[in-house]
Design a binder for this molecule. Structure first.
Ligand code: ATP
Ligand code: MG
Length: 222
């Protein structure tokens, strides 16, 4: 039996800037199977990051509904959304969003602390080692390169063993070899833990490795 982990139904999103409305997404609908791998592709500015944020419960759509793991996100308040995210969702941000006052290791521990779980430093260190950063565990984000910060944010997204992982250009700042090993980690998580993987990427070779490709153009499914 197939289960839908994500259902996006006629979602539109506009932002209000002063007196003008900026339409970003228009009538987007799709469904994602639990345990599958999906890529979202499209030109810069087409609405990919906005769409990912809505799917992950980081923001609310202007119209339409989003159901994540059977939970209707539309209508939930901030605290309820945060609880759903902490329990089910991992997110790798395009701009990393590490907490500047915490070390790499402490950043990886944040999702566990948010869930009220006992922080396990050994597991967090193992995750950092997997992304090749065991030797940088005590560094602050400002002491890390862009690619290193990206890898910390990937380790952090894995920390709460999410049911669904959203990754916005997870290999965008990395060299070919490091990209390859990060890709392998992502697909391994999918195979071994059944984590649903949703990746925004400009890399068509990476997109071709996913089971479903969602092309976005001008805020619509192309
Ligand atoms: N908070 C906001 N307020 C106003 N406009 C916004 C906001 N966030 C995004 N936009 C606009 O929405 C459009 C889509 O942005 P988005 O970040 O989703 O694009 P993207 O497809 O991820 O692009 P890229 O590939 O460059 O990351 C852009 O034109 C952007 O200016
Ligand atoms: Mg983007």
């Amino acid at each position: 039996m197939s289960t839908k982990i994500l259902q996006i139904n006629q979602v539109s999103k506009h932002f209000v800037l002063g007196t003008s409305e900026i339409p970003v997404l228009k009538d987007v609908s799709f469904e994602i199977e639990e345990g599958s791998t999906v890529s979202i592709v499209g030109p810069s500015g087409s609405g990919k990051t906005t769409l990912l944020g809505l799917c992950a419960g980081l923001d609310q759509p202007s119209e339409g509904t989003i159901t994540l793991n059977g939970i209707q996100l539309t209508g939930l308040n901030e605290d309820q959304l945060a609880a759903v995210r902490n329990e089910h969702v991992g997110f790798v941000f395009q701009n990393f969003q590490l907490l500047p006052t915490l070390t790499a290791l402490e950043n990886v521990l944040v999702p566990l602390e948010l869930r009220g779980l006992k922080p396990n430093e050994r597991d967090a260190l193992a995750l950092l080692q997997r992304v090749g950063l065991g030797h940088r565990a005590d560094h602050y984000p400002s002491q890390l390169s862009g690619g290193e910060q990206q890898r910390v944010s990937i380790a952090r997204a894995f920390a709460n063993k999410p049911k669904i992982l959203f990754a916005d250009e997870p290999t965008g700042n990395l060299d070919a070899e490091t990209s390859q090993s990060i890709e392998e980690m992502l697909f391994e998580l999918n195979r071994e833990s059944g984590t649903t993987l949703i990746i925004v990427t400009h890399d068509l070779d990476l997109a071709a490795k996913t089971q479903q490709i969602i092309p976005i153009k001008g805020g619509k499914i192309a």
